[in-house]
Design a protein. Structure first.
Length: 372
């Protein structure tokens, strides 16, 4: 059986570009060379695609290449010195975070190409990326969310129609509140607001990343995370983690040396909570995953309140896979290395895709699982 030609996309135009590159470096270190023939496609901050040997320094100097949306090609078109060479692909692993990576944009291109790919599909990616919409769906499924108010591009910082139908009046908000870009990640553009006079500036910070902004009531409780792997029919969860803050809020990806740990947060795996609470968190996380139509993988972040309620924080449809990221640590604590996680993701991508009968990924992916 030949090796699977796996296209690994990384970089991207979002504020999470650097996190994506680090995630791809970690994936590269854990790929089984006997199973996979990787094809690395880096996307620069300005949106240029580059074929390179890996996500190491200097990858931006690789040759121009594009993913072809023509289903008859199923691969990468290399544009080097007038030559138009095609590199066939069996499956794509989009190691991209944030805008154009987790919002359905790249997933739409992959759907057009007819290539199997890892992770959530277009609707689920777009839904999870928009915190206001995700909260609406999750609340309809009977799962608790924070109380939120939504400001669109036309709303001023002191008013607007809220996600719960309320008017955003700075003088009556239940401080403290968090002001967030509705469609961003890694805590970029997030401000914790303690007084009415801080609200307008916080909205301005959030709008540097997204015109749509949410104001969210702070939830008193422990921050816990659940790593989920699989499709709706069969889900695996990693060990839960728990974040203890000395001040502020969790934003490790924006810190100067995240590899050495957070400056003001301690992450414990497994979470220091009771067995009953652990069961409730897992049940809520998998219910959120299913309600939002997730597949492949996601990290579901939640709050556990002192009275035992579980409240959704957010869902990351392609969580960080760096050496210091939460998702691989939770899975490793449950006995699955990052390499094994990738094997399972590739297998699921092959099973869940609509592919041409003679396309190799179906049998190749199943073979990966059978060898485990």
């Amino acid at each position: 059986m030949g090796r699977t030609a796996i296209g690994i996309l990384f970089g991207g135009c979002s504020e999470e570009h650097d996190v994506s590159v680090r995630s791809a470096q970690e994936v590269a270190r854990h790929l089984d060379p006997e199973r996979y023939a990787p094809v690395y496609l880096g996307i620069t901050r300005s949106g240029h695609w580059r074929l390179c040997t890996g996500p190491e320094p200097g990858w931006e100097d690789g040759c121009p290449a594009v993913l072809v949306p023509d289903r008859g090609v199923r691969g990468v078109l290399v544009l080097d010195a007038g030559r138009h060479d095609v590199i066939p692909l069996d499956v794509v692993l989009p190691v991209l975070h944030g805008r154009f990576g987790e919002d359905g944009a790249i997933q739409g291109l992959l759907e057009l190409s007819g290539l199997p790919y890892v992770g959530c599909d277009v609707p689920s990616s777009a839904l999870c990326m928009d915190k206001a919409l995700a909260y609406t769906v999750v609340r309809a499924a009977g799962i608790a969310t924070p109380r939120t108010w939504t400001l669109t591009a036309d709303d001023a910082g002191d008013g607007g129609d809220g996600g719960d139908g309320a008017h955003v009046d700075p003088d009556v908000l239940p401080y403290p509140v968090f002001v967030k870009p509705a469609r961003s990640g890694s805590s970029f553009g997030v401000t914790k607001v303690h007084r009415p006079d801080e609200l307008a500036d916080a909205v301005g910070v959030a709008r540097r990343f997204d015109r749509k902004v949410i104001v969210e009531e702070a939830v008193a409780g422990s921050e816990v995370g659940c790593a989920v792997l699989g499709d709706a029919a069969e889900l695996i969860t990693g060990e839960l983690d728990q974040i203890a803050l000395s001040h502020g809020f969790f934003r490790i990806h924006q810190e100067s040396e995240p590899e050495t740990g957070s400056e003001h947060a301690t992450i414990t795996v497994p979470a220091d909570i009771t067995a009953a609470a652990r069961d409730r968190v897992r049940e809520a996380a998998t219910a959120v995953y299913r309600a939002l139509g997730c597949r492949g993988l996601a990290r579901v972040d939640l709050f556990l309140t002192p009275d035992g309620r579980v409240v959704l924080n957010e869902v990351n449809t392609f969580p960080g896979l760096t050496s210091y990221s939460r998702y691989p640590r939770m899975m490793a604590a449950a006995g699955l290395s990052l390499g094994q996680v990738v094997d399972r993701l590739v297998a699921m991508a092959g099973r869940g895709a609509t592919v041409h009968p003679d396309h190799p990924i179906g049998s190749e992916a199943e073979g990966v699982v059978e060898q485990r």
